[in-house]
Ligand binder design. Sequence first.
Ligand SMILES: Nc1ncnc2c1ncn2[C@@H]1O[C@H](COP(=O)(O)OP(=O)(O)OP(=O)(O)O)[C@@H](O)[C@H]1O
Length: 370
Amino acid sequence: MNAHSTAVKPSGRLATSQAGSGRLELRGLRRSFGSYHALAGIDLTVEKGEFIALLGPSGCGKSTALNCIAGLLPLTGGEIRLDDRRINELQPEERGFGMVFQSYALFPHMTIRKNVGFGLTMQGVAKAEAEKRIDRALDLVRLREQGDKLPGQLSGGQQQRVAIARAIVIRPPLVLMDEPLSNLDAKLRLEMRAEIRAIHDAIGSTTIYVTHDQDEALSLADRIVVMSGGVIRQTGTPEDLYERPNHLDVADFMGFRTRIEGRVADHGVGRTTIEAGGSRFVLHRSTELAQGADIVLSIRPEDLVAERSGDGLRAVVRSSEYRGRAYFGVAVLPGDALAYFRSDTPVANGETIVLSPDPQRTLIFAGDAR
Ligand SMILES: Nc1ncnc2c1ncn2[C@@H]1O[C@H](COP(=O)(O)OP(=O)(O)OP(=O)(O)O)[C@@H](O)[C@H]1O
């Protein structure tokens, strides 16, 4: 399928055209419900052809952002621009975006072909052209043979593929997906993930994909946008987000489970002495933070290794389990903070261990980072 574009006719309605399009700009996007700010000022530019994942915990405002972009929810502030035209005032159907939701939202009494072709009928596309486009969309989702069935005769994964075909058949400048795989089992999710990216590449559209699953975001997206509390905390490539979270909320969300407050006791080149969790130990790396500065350490379980002795955080094992290759567990630090660790040998509940943070993979945030 060709990448498609839109232009605003003098009447203000969107019409399709073949010129390049799909660049989306969000400027100071706000949406409040009463005094609650679900979106507290979102700025983001999505380039044509990009695959963006909106990632964040439940309630962070992801779906609200998507619904505002789709035109399903009016803004309380800010501006949405598509290819440098303001589209705030356009109705959802005038925006012409393809949408895929967690619930497939298919018409149960219509055949798969009719479901896929529904948007084309609404657009007044001639029958012969519509049939060709339905064939192509069904080919892309590998459902050509199932066209005359009803949705109820298909599996969950197949129904979601129909929903995707329906979204892309109208050749939208932008495809919006809200947790489209949440209703599928683990194996199917993995298969569909690869298919969604392949379809995106094949049609050259711009895609915004909402998820709370970091693996999904890491594997699918060109850029990930992490939200919390109605704002964007960090935007970057999957590698940036995984390796270099720049905010504690992002770190939490990217799997840095252990969070320990402390201070920089001393530092020199390639060496930082830290007091945290009731222990004093050396991390073999430099820091730009001043001596005496309050800090928060943020560490992934695989990078906090249990030893029987040595330099690190002293803690008491609360529980542990074998996960193939290594043991993972939770230990309690003086002051009751929890540390999530890895051990290469079995550890007993109640045993005192020394947790050694990987110096290069431990994040050090200034204590007032929040
Ligand atoms: N119609 C509404 N009326 C009042 N509050 C709302 C409404 N819709 C959303 N909210 C609130 O706005 C916040 C953001 O909701 P939103 O659905 O965007 O979150 P989300 O990040 O998509 O979460 P989830 O992953 O659970 O769907 C939530 O606190 C929610 O309770």
